[in-house]
Design a protein around this ligand. Structure first.
Ligand code: 6PG
Length: 243
């Protein structure tokens, strides 16, 4: 995993914007589209707002946005990842609505919602590369417990080898979730972890020590893709070149 530590969030977002531009132009030239999966939580908000400010740089007509994970709440719920991504990014882009692939939140429950999302992924990516969707870019945050997307420590979903998206039952406080699985994340051409703030310094250092089944983020190792950890000075404060 390549690690880049930035003096501040603004420099980090400038880097991601440049990376997004290069990757999107390459993907659109090669495949006619650029397909990204975004995460929820707080970390990506400033990045989304910076992307929205520079929206004219990008071809949103040929960019498709999926979610790496979602809470099983209505899209209008304050805890919805889709709502955060819509408010900080999508509402400002003029992106065609058919290019935005939110996670269906069905009355029939989280299992059925995960299945429906999985079906939408299969349809969009068919024919797929080695049976899994191959995102051009997946942007992930890191939980202080080492989770990424909604792949939490000890979750049976970590052992999923066949499914593309799964339901994760976490109960009321954390909300049940729908998440991309590790085979999909590890089939991506580019995965970028973003870690901001002192509270992520410990976990950022830990995941650099190599695969640890207790830390799902350390299991992200794109088989044929690039993996980056981008951190601000605080989140990178415990990382030494020796890692
Ligand atoms: C979610 C996210 C989750 C997030 C981490 C980090 O649904 O909450 O997808 O995986 O990336 O929990 O969250 P923060 O960015 O808020 O620290």
């Amino acid at each position: 995993m390549q690690v880049i530590i930035f003096p501040c969030m603004e420099k980090l977002t400038d880097y991601v914007i440049e990376k997004w531009l290069v990757l999107s132009e390459k993907a659109i030239e090669k495949n006619g589209r650029f397909v990204v999966a975004l995460s929820g939580g707080k970390t990506p908000e400033k990045l989304h707002m910076a992307l929205a400010q520079k929206k004219d740089l990008f071809d949103w007509g040929r960019t498709h946005i999926f979610l790496a994970d979602e809470r099983f709440v209505p899209h209008a719920d304050p805890d919805s990842n889709y709502r955060m991504i819509r408010e900080t990014l999508l509402d400002h882009l003029g992106i065609p609505k058919e290019n935005v692939h939110s996670v269906p939140i069905l009355e029939s429950g989280v299992k059925a919602s995960a299945k429906k999302y999985e079906e939408s992924l299969v349809e969009f990516f068919s024919p797929s590369i080695n049976n899994f969707p191959a995102f051009d870019l997946i942007i992930l945050g890191i939980g202080t417990d080492g989770h990424a997307a909604s792949l939490f420590p000890g979750s049976p979903v970590l052992n999923e080898k066949n499914r593309i998206a799964c339901d994760v039952v976490l109960g009321k406080k954390m909300h049940d979730r729908i998440t991309l699985t590790l085979p999909v994340i590890n089939n991506a051409k580019n995965v970028i972890f973003i870690a901001i703030g002192e509270n992520k310094a410990g976990i950022a250092k830990e995941i650099l020590k190599g695969r640890n089944p207790k830390l799902p983020a350390s299991l992200v190792e794109p088989e044929n893709g690039e993996l980056l950890l981008l951190a601000d000075r605080d989140a990178g404060s415990l990382i030494t070149t020796a890692c």
